[in-house]
Design a protein around this ligand. Structure first.
Ligand SMILES: NC(=O)c1ccc[n+]([C@@H]2O[C@H](COP(=O)([O-])OP(=O)(O)OC[C@H]3O[C@@H](n4cnc5c(N)ncnc54)[C@H](OP(=O)(O)O)[C@@H]3O)[C@@H](O)[C@H]2O)c1
Length: 279
């Protein structure tokens, strides 16, 4: 039987690449977007259904799931990929902006999981893949609220994975690194304006320059799509799938070295340069 996957946030970036990979590998794909536009994909197929879904709207999530099941009979894999980003100084970030980030990155994931679990339990199997970020492995400065929104999903997903194991449903995480090639930075641009005050600007500049000179290549859409494919199809008990060389470097630091070593390397990569440290 052909397997079916539903993916959120597929108008660009990692979500779009994931749609194309699963179509290439013969799956039925329910590609969801806030404003459905099948022309974003390189190919058309009778195995592709493009449906509206806004993760901040529980009704639209339920409708996309019902319409997807009506089209293909079942949903084997749900990928919660939709997300928005932001860099800001904590003291300058309005509560409304923090809530906007959490509504999409965190509550959006919670809502989609709550909506799919009854369907997967009825089917007797399923896989939920939640896309977080390498910031959950190595937390860089000036993204505290974004990191918080994704770290919440990490704890949620690991707990859910134990909760659903007895129902033959897996809950997993794909942790992509930074890719300047997606629409992520442009989509966050407006939201970030004015959120890094002048007192932080030397530090922010040095930090973002060092990010540009990162010791590994950037992550790619293809690497994230492959990590989602592994998370969707692996038979084992793995929960976390770092994607991209930068994310794997941080996973290595976090998982295989001491706290002291991890913190020293993080400060080297992202902390204030000596000239910017408090006396
Ligand atoms: N690129 C990176 O450096 C990076 C690094 C680590 C993690 N990630 C994560 O990877 C995921 C994909 O990001 P990306 O880099 O591919 O960025 P992207 O190109 O901006 O894609 C994000 C997608 O999410 C959609 N979206 C935003 N708000 C939504 C909502 N309320 N409901 C449904 N869809 C919504 C956007 O659709 P619209 O067209 O409707 O705006 C877009 O299709 C995100 O969860 C992001 O946090 C990205």
């Amino acid at each position: 039987m052909t397997s079916t996957i539903l993916i959120t946030g597929t108008s660009s970036g990692y979500g779009k690449a994931t749609v194309e990979l699963f179509l290439d590998r013969g799956w039925n794909v329910i590609a969801t977007m806030r404003r459905p536009d099948p022309s974003v994909f390189a190919t058309s197929s009778d195995r592709l259904e493009v449906l509206p879904l806004d993760v901040t709207d529980a009704g639209s999530i339920r409708k996309a799931i019902a319409d997807g099941v009506a089209a293909f009979g079942r949903i084997d894999v749900l990928v919660n990929n939709a997300g928005i980003g932001m860099a800001s100084a904590v003291e300058a970030t309005p509560e409304a902006t923090v809530r906007e980030i959490f509504e999409t990155n965190t509550f959006g994931v919670f809502k989609a999981c709550q909506a799919i679990i009854p369907q997967m339990r009825k089917q007797g199997r399923g896989v939920i893949v939640n896309v977080t970020s390498s910031v959950t492995l190595g937390v860089m400065p000036l993204v505290a609220f974004y990191a918080a929104s994704k770290c919440a999903v990490e704890g949620f997903t690991e707990s859910l994975s134990y909760e659903l194991e007895g129902f033959n449903i897996k809950a997993r995480l794909v942790e992509p690194g930074y890719a300047p090639t997606t629409s992520f930075t442009a989509n966050g641009g407006l939201r970030m304006q004015g959120l890094i005050p002048a007192d932080y600007s030397d530090f922010a500049r040095s930090c973002f320059t060092r990010m540009g000179n990162y010791p590994t290549p950037y992550c790619t859409e293809a690497e994230v799509a492959e990590a989602v494919f592994a998370a969707a199809t692996d038979e084992g008990g793995t929960i976390r799938y770092p994607a991209g060389a930068d994310s794997k470097l941080l996973a290595d630091l976090r998982w295989t070295t001491s706290e002291d070593h991890y913190l020293a390397r993080m400060r080297e990569m992202f902390g204030p340069e000596p000239s910017l440290r408090a006396a």
